[in-house]
Design a protein around this ligand. Structure first.
Ligand code: HEC
Length: 95
């Protein structure tokens, strides 16, 4: 019994330490209108808590990868929300 408990504890510690890291957005992924609309909603609701909503044209696609990887954890976005916000931003950052 002791062994089982120990292996469960070790097993879950292993899983936690090796869990997927967030902020793995490296490029566009979603392009459906539905995802972009969701990304816009998340952006408008989450990114104006600490500062004014930034202008999507402020950064190019590469710039948003860097900025969002700093800001998504601040806004407590899930990986999927992070990705949707990124895809929304790069869909509107070009004039
Ligand atoms: C918990 C507070 C907080 C939230 C939420 C937040 N930010 Fe920020 N943001 C900051 C602070 C503080 C700075 C200035 C310091 C810095 O640049 O790290 C900043 C700076 C910025 C800048 C200017 C710097 C740059 O790299 O251009 C942009 C753009 C930006 N945030 C975008 C966003 C976006 C997009 C979101 C939503 C995903 C977001 N922020 C959510 C705190 C926040």
């Amino acid at each position: 019994m002791k062994k089982v408990v120990l292996s469960i504890i070790l097993g879950s510690a292993f899983m936690v330490s090796c869990g997927p890291k967030s902020t793995a957005v490296t490029g566009p992924k979603f392009s459906s209108a539905e995802h972009l609309a969701q990304g816009k909603t998340v952006f408008e609701n989450s990114c104006n808590r600490c500062h004014k909503l930034p202008d999507p044209a402020k950064h190019d696609d590469q710039g948003w990868i860097k900025t969002l990887s700093r800001m998504a954890p601040k806004a407590k976005l899930s990986d999927e929300q992070h990705q949707m916000v990124y895809d929304y931003l790069v869909s509107v950052n070009k004039k």
